[in-house]
Each structure stands twice: as C-alpha cells, then as structure tokens.
Design a protein around this ligand. Structure first.
Ligand code: IMP
Length: 174
C-alpha cells in the first residue's frame, strides 16, 4: 500500500540551506585540504549539492553504515559496511550526514573516526531531529532543525529504499 507524501521542504529551501552551509564551511577552512566523509546511502545527494556550492577544494570519501532496516525505528546498533579508502590521520574531516535522529549512528561513527587521529573532526547534517536525541552529540553544521519529528523521505532519504530520488523532502502521511 502506498503512503501519502507531503512536501515538507521544497527545492528552494533545501538549496538555500545547502548554500549557507557551504559558505560557512568555505569560510571555516579557507585553505581547503578538507576531507568530507559522506555517509551512504542517504547523504549522497546532500553531499553532491554541498561540494558544488563550496569554494574550497576538498577530498571526498564515503562510509556506509548499517542503520534502519525496513522499519522507521533506529535499532541502536551500528556497524561499518563500507569503510573509508583514505587515511584521515592528521587531516581536517567533516562527516556529512543526511539526518540526525537519536544520534546513535553519528556517535558511533565519530568514535570510530577519532581512533584514526584526525586533526579535527566535525559533523554536518542537513536535517536535525533535535528533540529525539538519545546521546548528546555536537552537530557543528546544521541545515534545518526539524520542528516536528516526521519521518521524511526524498533528497537521498528513503523508506525501505523507496523515494531517495525525489528532489524535495517529504513527510510520510500514514
Ligand atoms: P540516528 O542514529 O537515530 O541518529 O539515525 C540516523 C540515521 O537514521 C540516518 O542516517 C538515516 O539513515 C536514518 N533516519 C533517521 N530519521 C530518518 C527519516 O526521517 N527518514 C529517513 N531516514 C531516517
């Protein structure tokens, strides 16, 4: 049975926020030499738009983590399915994530990457469901803080692998 989709953030809103984030990041790392770590799969569209709005050169790598299965609830268990291909030791790194919910996924990834001794490690998330946090975690760059904890899809985000391709962000209306 198909669920009803309602637009929550349109293209214009998303791109404006992505541009603002890119501007801030470009300002914070004027010399570039930054590694952006995209979190697959959900973060791929956000990362693609973000890097094209930056005015500094960056390196890009990806990790893939096991997160939600076919349900809309976090299991709390995270593991690395695909690791980085580059060394981040001594480098400035920003993790680029689509959405932060309980924080468990990013808490895990941050700890994993810290073990590799980067020079700095920050987090950039397009969407933040702040009130759902189960662990305290600093999100250095936030695109949009969500007022309501809708389950959202589109712009890379999925529900059981559906809807990632949609250009806007929708919420699922059951
Ligand atoms: P957390 O570990 O609870 O912070 O969950 C983070 C991950 O859960 C994200 O990277 C997404 O893959 C997924 N997730 C959380 N909320 C949503 C949502 O509203 N739509 C789609 N995926 C979500």
């Amino acid at each position: 049975m198909g669920k009803k989709l309602k637009v929550l953030y349109n293209k214009k809103t998303i791109l404006k926020r992505v541009k603002d984030l890119a501007q801030q990041i470009s300002k914070d790392y004027p010399s570039g030499e930054l590694i952006l770590v995209g979190v697959l799969k959900g973060g791929f569209i956000f990362l693609a738009d973000l890097v094209r709005a930056l005015i500094i050169p960056v390196h890009i790598d990806f990790v893939r983590l096991a997160s939600y299965g076919a349900s809309t609830h976090s299991s709390g268990k995270v593991k690395i399915l695909k690791d980085l291909e580059t060394s981040i030791t001594g480098k400035d790194v920003i993790i680029v994530e689509d959405i932060i919910d309980t924080g468990l996924t990013l808490e895990f990834l941050k700890q994993e990457l810290f073990k590799r001794r980067p020079r700095s490690l920050k987090i950039c998330a397009l969407l933040d469901k702040k009130s759902r946090r189960k662990v305290e975690i600093k999100v250095d760059y936030v695109g949009i803080t969500m007022e309501k904890n809708y389950f959202v899809v589109g712009y890379g985000l999925d529900f059981s692998e559906q809807y990632r391709h949609l250009p806007e962000i929708f919420f699922l209306d059951p």
